[in-house]
Design a binder for this molecule. Structure first.
Ligand code: CDP
Ligand code: MG
Length: 245
């Protein structure tokens, strides 16, 4: 049965917050004293294109999407400085985690955040005009310092995308896990079950994975329709792999 005490949500401290030294501020706003939530996992992540595109898949095709991908990858706030291009990913756990964090984070648009909820974290963000090749303004990007899952279903998808089970202490895991019985390798957008030169091992026998990831990999390896793409699963196993674009 679902234990409300153990609800989880994903927070990302985005590159604009890191650049402006707002990490401590964000952490204290979201502290257990204020929210009743605890850390279940934390990670410093150099965000690959694959991970950025999977995380923001629902926004593909929108005018701000290319800029959003560059933003979350740290390319806009730390151009030419790969050692600074990262986000801090955090899983918070506790009663009503998703809504509690969204409440403190505030509206997506920093201008609206300032109007509607002065004092929320995103009220410290900014809007950046987006221009086309001719310099015409075609839209705006919202640099809003922080990501927070919007619904419990989104939290599950996002936590499984950014974190492996082993990143979360066993008694804090709320999604079903399963041990892999075989090898799974990734190379050039393909899934392999035996090693080939240049492939990366995603899973070995005995590795504990999210059950949904393993089910998907087994279906993909049998060339059957799977509920998510190979990239959705692979992105997490390639987190912080050197050379991963
Ligand atoms: O982050 P949130 O769930 O509040 O908003 P979203 O609609 O899922 O959008 C994801 C992110 O895309 C936002 O946090 C903004 O950084 C960015 N965005 C933007 O730049 N311009 C928009 N019109 C909408 C979103
Ligand atoms: Mg969203």
């Amino acid at each position: 049965m679902h234990n409300k005490e153990l609800d989880q949500t994903l927070v990302l401290i985005k590159p604009d917050a890191l650049k402006n030294s707002l990490t401590g501020y964000v952490l204290s706003q979201l502290s257990e004293f204020h929210t009743g939530l605890r850390f279940a996992g934390t990670k410093v992540v150099n965000v690959s294109r694959m991970l950025a595109e999977e995380h923001y898949a629902e926004h593909r095709g929108k005018v701000f999407y290319p800029s959003l991908i560059e933003y979350i990858r740290g390319y806009l706030h730390y151009p030419g400085k790969p050692e600074k291009q990262r986000v801090i990913a955090i899983v918070y756990q506790g009663p009503n985690a998703v809504d509690k964090v969204r409440e403190i984070v505030g509206p997506t648009n920093p201008h609206l955040a300032r109007e509607q909820k002065p004092g929320c974290i995103r009220s410290l963000g900014t809007l950046v005009p987006l221009t086309d090749d001719k310099g015409e303004v075609v839209g705006e990007r919202m640099d809003n310092l922080i990501h927070a899952s919007a619904t419990p279903a989104e939290a599950e998808r996002e936590i499984k995308l950014w974190f492996r089970p082993a990143d979360i202490p066993p008694y804090m895991r709320i999604y079903t896990t399963r041990q892999s019985g075989g090898f799974f390798y990734y190379k050039d957008d393909k899934l392999l079950t035996a090693h080939e030169p240049g492939s990366v091992c995603l899973l070995a026998p005995g590795d504990v994975t999210w059950e949904s990831d393993l089910n998907a990999l087994e279906l993909i390896s049998r060339k059957q329709p799977a509920p998510c793409t190979l990239r959705t699963v692979a992105a997490k196993y390639l987190v912080n792999e050197k050379g991963e674009d």
